[in-house]
Ligand binder design. Sequence first.
Ligand code: UDP
Length: 501
Amino acid sequence: ASDEVAAVVATPTPTSAHFVFVPLMHHGHLIPAVDAALQLAAHGALASIVVTPSYATRLRPTVESSGLPVWLVELPLDLAGTDDVGRIPLDEEAAYLLTASRLRDPLERHLRAHAPPATCIVSDICHPWTAGLAAGLGVPRLSFLGMSAYCLMCLQTEHHAAAMHNAYAAMDPYWHLMPEDPVEVKMPTAAPGFLRLPSYEKLAYAVERACADVDGVVLNTFLELEPGTVVDCAEVRNVAVWAVGPVSLFHRHEHAAALAARGNVPALDADECMQWLDGKAPSSVVYVSFGSSIVHADPKQVVEIGLGLEASGHPFIWVVSSSPEKADQDTDHEVGRFLEELEARVAGRGLLIRGWSPQLLVLSHASVGGVVTHCGWNSMMEAVAAGLPMVTWPHLAHQFLNQTLAVHSMETGVGIGVEWSEEEEGVEVALVERWVVEEAVRSIMGGEDEAVERRRRATALARTAREAVREGGSAFINLRRLVKHYQAVMPEDASTWSPQI
Ligand code: UDP
């Protein structure tokens, strides 16, 4: 169902814009950046993606199977003996992000030495050093943000008034989002979140300054999803905002292996997973996942989720991850045993994936009827594109904003009702008991009028999302305009140069 873009591939020319993506090498940032690069290339641009060698190896199948003029620029970056961000503990991450600025000089040298010349840098918000790179090369710089326009507005407000701490202040600029019935975004002051950890102070300051002087912002959202906010964002920030999502709709089903992996190795063979789903009734399976790595459930929570899913009676696929720092060996062993026993009890009805799941492929299978999500923006956009209602279970600050969108604006989400508890180490998400999980799953998967109505809205939203990326749609037009806007001036040797794929 997601082959709309492939049908309209535009051919690059010697004056094609060359977007150089500098993504943050975290799945949640890297995946949409790669998809956006592919989308732009499908619309006639050239694109490069700057990554370390280990990520280049992982991304090569996705990029090469596209057949588009997208190149991987491999630059080594050593952080404590690895170039794999996934192996770096969260509390050392800010240091890594600052270290990434070491890529600037080698990247500038590479871009100066290789054709085609860069016409625009597209940088993750967490790489403020790209402002100097773009200035050095004399090219514009865009921010690519894997977040909603609504979240971007809130960040802006936060910078000016620390408003995310104050529900009503945070909502002030967003009356249009829910004009009839503005809602309170409940988020404790100490909620861990984007750039809020103490170790992030230096980086947060650099990000804020670098954000202020971008030439534009590319968002993985679409105009129809949050029309007022996309427009307001541009006004408040005084930059061009290009809504080009859902970027995941780039992928075509004939590239199933790349689609399953998305730069990773699925823990379960994609065919096996599809066969399992083939045996289920349409819209009967609930998919439960809490993202790529950032959110790990407490071992006690793992047990409650498992028992809740079992009691719900619905078929499920559950991507299990438990927090290594919260589990000692005994607990690990206990949780392991619990999961094995659960698997035996729900054999045929419940499928557990321990590790990377072929999420995009799973969500587009007709047997999947709903998701339980941590409200990562990519997962939410993927659920929107697949027309699925969701149980929203946010853990970090920006995920609460995404929940607000799902529950109150799209009206396709049901909040699990996260509560917070004060712990010695700070505020923590309180345990959600099994019966709450059970009820939440029933509420999106069941046959009650409200559930049926929610599903109808989700299906309609998916249709709108597809229309946005289809020829003449809002994201399609934005992509074409973006490519045109940043195209190069005709090089003198235009007659001899042609893009190499
Ligand atoms: N993802 C996946 N398999 C997994 C976990 C995640 O394919 O087992 C993908 C998911 O489809 C999404 C991204 O990884 O594209 C996660 O991004 P999101 O913003 O949802 O959450 P984060 O991991 O950044 O918290």
